[in-house]
Ligand binder design. Structure first.
Ligand SMILES: [Zn+2]
Length: 418
């Protein structure tokens, strides 16, 4: 059994209390502090473990991309960043698209020190699995066969996924094609590509009664369409990433290749601040990383994608300090909302510090700053877009099913240990 006392933050209530986690890794009791516990935290914040709904861990049965990341290193980077579970994307060389390929990949994912939920891919010839799983569809270019070159082909494929849970990567393939000669990555993947694709995704969600999620939204115009659709009663939720909240084109210079990502870093500061406001207000549902590790050599050659798992927790302290997010708002977008998504497909309950829920917790010190350096990263890719930058706070401990991992961030030693 593990006992922890301190400031507990749920989405609707912050209180000083005592958490008891039993031998099976579940929260068995929440009570008042006694002054005697395995860990007593004074100023730190104890959150229901953070869950990242958008991770590319790279490993599949081809093992062709294990040099970028695998389930073990992705899980270690997650713990390092205070993430206790993640959902993983299917754009692999051998994608999980049916019961057999899904189970095979799922067996590989068991290596991860944190629980992994796999998305199944949707392609031209795929059908829903027998098991209840979340799906991902790529509108616009991706790898392998898992993308569509026209809206007609996409609709023909999605018709089979009525009432299923589907996440959409929204970039209109026709607009990408017609912009492909533009000079910069941002202009080759313009705002209009996302806005147009979101509009079409919402039509499909409505027509086929899909439970939709729009991935890594980067334009406020696109987000406003989704908010309107939510108010009309559509079942649709919204992801946003740290990079679209933290960076805009005014910050791009010689770092352009490192910062290349799809959808791209957007032009204006106003757009970026509007995303932050929508996240704080509750219109955007989830903070997700879109952790997409490539080697530095691949980035130099134009690979798109950023690494973020290691810095998820520190990033939330920036939201609190610089943008006045309350701890409860962080619990909503990092724990409770993603927990509600995850729990539909897991046998365990995530998202709240409550009896019967999983004993996986994220403990932050919001006032002990940290500068991000290569030395403190666990991702196999071994770089971060935040290198050299300082966040106002850090993860001090990640607890996975009752097992504490103490952060050693900043000491130059092992980053965490059991
Ligand atoms: Zn992605």
């Amino acid at each position: 059994m593990l006992t922890i006392e301190g400031n507990i933050v749920n989405k609707d209530k912050t209180f000083r209390g005592r958490i008891e986690i039993d031998a099976s890794g579940m929260i068995s009791k929440i009570g008042s502090p006694t002054g005697v516990a395995d860990f007593i935290f004074k100023d730190e914040l104890i959150f229901p473990g953070f869950i990242d709904l958008h991770v590319h861990a790279r490993e599949d049965m081809s093992h062709a991309q294990d040099y970028k990341e695998d389930f073990t290193t992705a899980g270690e980077a997650a713990i390092n960043g205070g993430v206790v579970a993640f959902a993983e994307m299917p754009n692999n060389p051998i994608p999980p698209v049916d019961d057999v390929s899904y189970e095979t990949k799922n067996n590989l994912a068991q290596k991860s020190p944190v629980e992994v939920l796999l998305y199944a891919g949707i392609g031209n010839k795929t059908s829903p699995l027998n098991k209840s799983v979340p799906y991902k569809v790529f509108m616009g270019q991706s790898v392998g066969d898992l993308f569509f070159t026209s809206n007609e082909a996409l609709e023909a494929a999605l018709e089979k996924y009525q009432e299923q849970n589907v996440s959409f990567h929204c970039e209109d393939p026709k607009i990408l094609e017609s912009s492909s000669g533009a000079l910069t990555h941002e202009k080759r993947r313009p705002n209009e590509a996302e806005i147009s694709a979101i509009s079409f995704a919402l039509k499909l969600i409505e027509k086929y009664k899909i439970i939709g999620k729009i991935c890594h939204c980067s334009t406020i115009e696109g987000i406003n369409q989704i908010i309107k659709a939510k108010r009309r009663g559509l079942q649709v939720t919204i992801e946003v990433t740290p990079h679209h909240l933290y960076f805009d084109e005014t910050m791009l210079n010689e770092n352009r290749k490192i910062f290349q990502v799809n959808p791209p870093i957007r032009q204006s500061r106003e757009n970026r601040l509007a995303l932050i406001a929508a996240l704080k207000k509750g219109d955007i549902d989830y903070l997700v990383t879109d952790h997409a590790p490539h080697t530095i050599a691949e980035k130099e050659k134009g690979a798109s994608g950023l690494t973020h798992l290691d810095t998820y927790g520190p990033f939330t302290t920036w939201l609190m300090k610089e943008h006045n997010f309350t701890p409860a708002e962080i619990a909503r977008i990092c724990s409770s909302n993603p927990g509600n998504f995850f729990n539909q497909f897991s046998t365990r309950k995530y998202g709240e510090v409550k009896e019967g829920y999983i004993g996986s917790l994220t403990i932050l010190n919001p006032n002990k700053s940290i500068t991000i350096t290569k030395e403190i990263l666990k991702t196999k890719a071994h770089w971060s877009p935040f290198e050299g930058m300082t966040f106002p706070g850090r993860v001090v401990m990640t607890i996975i099913k009752g097992i504490p991992y103490q952060s050693k961030l900043g000491t130059g030693q092992e980053i965490y240990e059991k």
